[in-house]
Design a protein around this ligand. Structure first.
Ligand code: SAM
Length: 214
């Protein structure tokens, strides 16, 4: 069982390394991502992209926006890589990394950050690990190009309440807040893997859109 798991992880790692979508040396592109994409279109990132349904669909629907998906585990990211086989999306790249080190990879070049169903880290002592904690917001401050845009979806009301407070005390203005996304009229919501499961089980989805001036 353990050997099988190790083998799977090794295979995942090899599959990821062979994908044209994966950037293996992301630090080399710090401040140069527009050059890599070959255009000056906005760059939006998703932190914790999981198996990639959201970022892949967003890239297909918005050819004039560049997307970068970030995920820390090979075993999850490999699913996104497999979905991308035989697809031709010039506006999508993927990075396998822990977002804690995001400042090593980006420099004032990001337009929007998507946080979809991020781990809630419910224990108080783990607060700093939440992707909307002030620790992370300070890191994000250094990667935005102009105005700072964060869009979050979650089923977790505790994380959502924390995010609303954390973002507003950090200078963000909340432009859109709902506690039940699927009962709210929104233009073109793209669902994530977790969202699809939650919605089919009748779980309500919270969403916020927050902006901070440059
Ligand atoms: C609950 S899953 C949600 C996946 C996907 N966004 C969705 O909505 O279906 C959270 C994902 O975030 C990833 N993640 C958590 N913390 C991260 C971090 N600091 N850096 C990169 N990825 C992270 C986890 O590995 C996991 O795949």
């Amino acid at each position: 069982m353990i050997n099988l798991r190790l083998k799977n992880v090794k295979n995942a790692s090899n599959i990821i390394k062979g994908s044209e979508y994966i950037i293996l040396n992301p630090n080399d592109y710090k401040g140069k991502w527009n050059k890599l994409f070959g255009n000056q279109n906005p760059i939006n990132i998703e932190i914790g992209m999981g198996k990639g349904d959201f970022i892949i669909e967003m890239a297909k629907k918005n050819p004039n926006v560049n997307f970068i998906g970030i995920e820390m585990f090979d075993s999850v990211m490999v699913r996104a890589v497999q979905k991308l086989e035989n697809q031709n999306l010039d506006n999508l790249k993927l990075i396998r990394m822990d977002a804690t080190y995001i400042n090593d990879v980006f420099d004032r070049e990001i337009d929007t950050i998507y946080l979809n169903f991020s781990d809630p880290w419910p224990k108080k002592r783990h607060e700093k690990r939440r992707l909307t904690s002030h620790e992370f917001l300070k890191r994000y401050d250094l990667i935005f190009k102009g105005s700072k845009n964060i869009i979050q979806k979650t089923d977790n009301i505790g994380l959502f309440a924390f995010s609303l407070q954390s973002l507003s005390t950090f200078g963000y203005v909340l432009n859109f807040v709902t506690l039940d996304l699927h009962q709210t009229k929104t233009e073109d919501n793209v669902m994530t893997e977790y969202e699809k499961k939650f919605v089919s089980n009748g779980v309500k989805i919270c969403m916020l859109k927050a902006t901070k001036k440059a």
